[in-house]
Design a protein around this ligand. Structure first.
Ligand code: SF4
Ligand code: SF4
Length: 350
C-alpha cells in the first residue's frame, strides 16, 4: 500500500484505536497513538516536511495490528505507517537506529551485523540435504541469539525430512517494517529455496513468517512452526508433561495471519493450557516488533512488562512462537519462563 490519501481519509478520527494502541498506553501522547499517526501520514501525503518528532511518532508503532482489528472504518494503520516510513526513507529522513539496523543487514545479511557463521550451531553439516520437501527457515534471532532453539527445532523438523538453506540471509522483515527495500534478500532466499526443490518453508519466527508469506512474491507454501506441528504432533512419540503453560500470541502470527488454534492444539497435546487475560485477537503486543525494540528499548520493555501482567497465576511457562517476543518478555522480567513452542514439544519427546 502507498501513501494513498483516499485510504488515509477513510479515518473518521473516532479515536477507537486510542483505547487499544499499546504505545499510547505507555506514552499518553496523541502523536504516539494510531489516530495521531494517521494525521501525520496525511501531512506527508500532502507533501509536508517531517521533523524528528514525526519520525519518533511513526517509528514507535510496533505494527501490532490491534488498531486494524478494532477500527470501525476499515482503516489498516500499520500498512499506512509502513508506507509513511518508506516515504521518509526515500527522502533520506531516518533515525540513527534505523540507519544502523539497515546497515547491519545490508552489510552482513543479519540484523546483528555479525560476521560469524550463521550455521555455527549445526554440529553435523552432513544433515544438510541438497534436495528436500521442506526447508526450515531459521531467521536471524534464532541463528545468532537463540541457537539452542534453532537446533531443537531442526531436530524436530529433520524427522520429517527438512533441510536448511546453505547460506540463509535475513528475511528482510526489519527492513520492510521500517521503510527500507528488501528485494535483494527476498531474491537470494528464494533462489536458495528453489535450489532445494522444496515447496514448503517452515519458520519459527513470526516476523520471518509474515514476510515470507505476505511480502515474497513466489508460489510457495509458508508454514509457521505451530501450523506444521499441529498437523504432525501425533506422529511424534510424546510423553505428556505434568505442567501448565500459558500462550502468548505473537501479533504477526495471530492478528496478522489468524493463527490462533494451531499453537493451542499443539500445547494441549503436550500439557495443560491456561489462557492469558488478553489472548487471541485481543492479545497485547510484547512491544518488540516494527523496529521498536532496537530504536526505543525502554518503551519496548514497558510494553513487555505490561504484557506480563496478563500471565495467569500458577503457570510453569509462557510459551510463544517468536524469538523476538521471547527476548522482550525475558528481558522484561519473565526470564527463563518464556520459552519457544518447539522447545516445549522437544522436551516431551520420548
Ligand atoms: S484509525 Fe480507525 S479507529 Fe482510529 S481514529 Fe481512524 S477511524 Fe477511528
Ligand atoms: S499497529 Fe499497534 S502500535 Fe501501531 S498504531 Fe496500531 S495499535 Fe498502535
Amino acid at each position: 500500500m502507498n501513501l494513498d490519501l483516499k485510504e488515509i481519509n477513510r479515518c473518521v478520527r473516532c479515536g477507537t484505536c486510542r483505547a487499544v494502541c499499546p504505545v499510547f498506553e505507555e506514552s499518553g501522547w496523541e502523536s504516539a497513538n494510531t489516530r495521531g499517526r494517521i494525521l501525520l501520514t496525511r501531512g506527508l501525503a500532502r507533501g509536508l516536511k517531517a521533523d524528528p518528532e514525526v519520525l519518533d511518532s511513526l517509528n514507535t508503532c510496533t505494527t501490532c495490528g490491534i488498531c486494524t482489528d478494532n477500527c470501525p472504518a476499515g482503516v489498516n494503520p500499520p500498512q499506512l505507517i509502513e508506507a509513511a516510513r518508506r516515504e521518509l526513507v526515500g527522502q533520506g529522513i531516518v533515525t540513527r537506529e534505523q540507519a544502523a539496523l539497515s546497515r547491519n543487514i545490508y552489510e552482513s545479511g543479519n540484523t546483528f551485523g555479525d560476521p560469524g557463521d550463521r550455521l555455527a550451531w549445526l554440529r553435523d553439516r552432513s544433515r544438510l540435504r541438497e534436495k528436500a520437501d521442506y526447508v526450515y527457515f531459521v531467521g536471524c534471532m534464532n541463528s545468532y541469539r537463540r541457537s539452542d532453539t534453532a537446533a531443537r527445532t531442526f531436530d524436530l523438523l529433520s524427522r520429517f525430512g527438512a533441510t536448511l538453506l546453505p547460506a540463509e540471509q535475513c528475511c528482510g522483515s526489519p527492513l520492510l517494517r521500517t521503510g527500507f527495500d528488501a528485494h535483494r534478500f527476498a531474491d537470494e532466499n528464494l533462489r536458495q529455496i528453489k535450489g532445494t526443490g522444496a515447496n514448503t518453508v517452515i519458520t519459527g519466527c513470526a516476523g520471518c513468517y509474515t514476510t515470507l508469506k505476505n511480502n515474497y512474491s513466489a508460489d510457495l507454501e509458508v508454514l509457521s512452526i505451530p501450523e506444521f506441528l499441529a498437523e504432525h504432533i501425533f506422529e511424534l512419540d510424546l510423553e505428556p508433561l505434568d505442567i501448565t503453560v500459558t500462550y502468548h500470541d505473537p501479533c504477526h502470527l495471530g492478528r496478522h495471519n489468524k493463527i490462533y488454534e494451531q499453537p493451542r492444539r499443539v500445547i494441549e497435546a503436550v500439557c495443560n493450557l491456561k489462557e492469558m487475560k488478553a489472548c487471541r485477537e485481543a492479545a497485547r503486543c510484547c512491544g518488540g516488533g516494527g523496529g521498536v525494540r532496537s530504536a526505543y528499548k525502554d518503551l519496548s520493555l514497558r510494553m513487555a512488562k505490561r504484557r506480563l501482567q496478563d500471565v495467569p497465576e500458577g503457570v510453569d511457562y509462557i510459551v510463544t512462537s517468536c524469538p523476538l517476543c521471547i527476548r522482550n518478555l525475558r528481558d522484561a522480567g519473565a526470564g527463563e519462563k518464556a520459552i519457544d513452542l518447539a522447545d516445549l514439544v522437544a522436551s516431551a519427546i520420548r
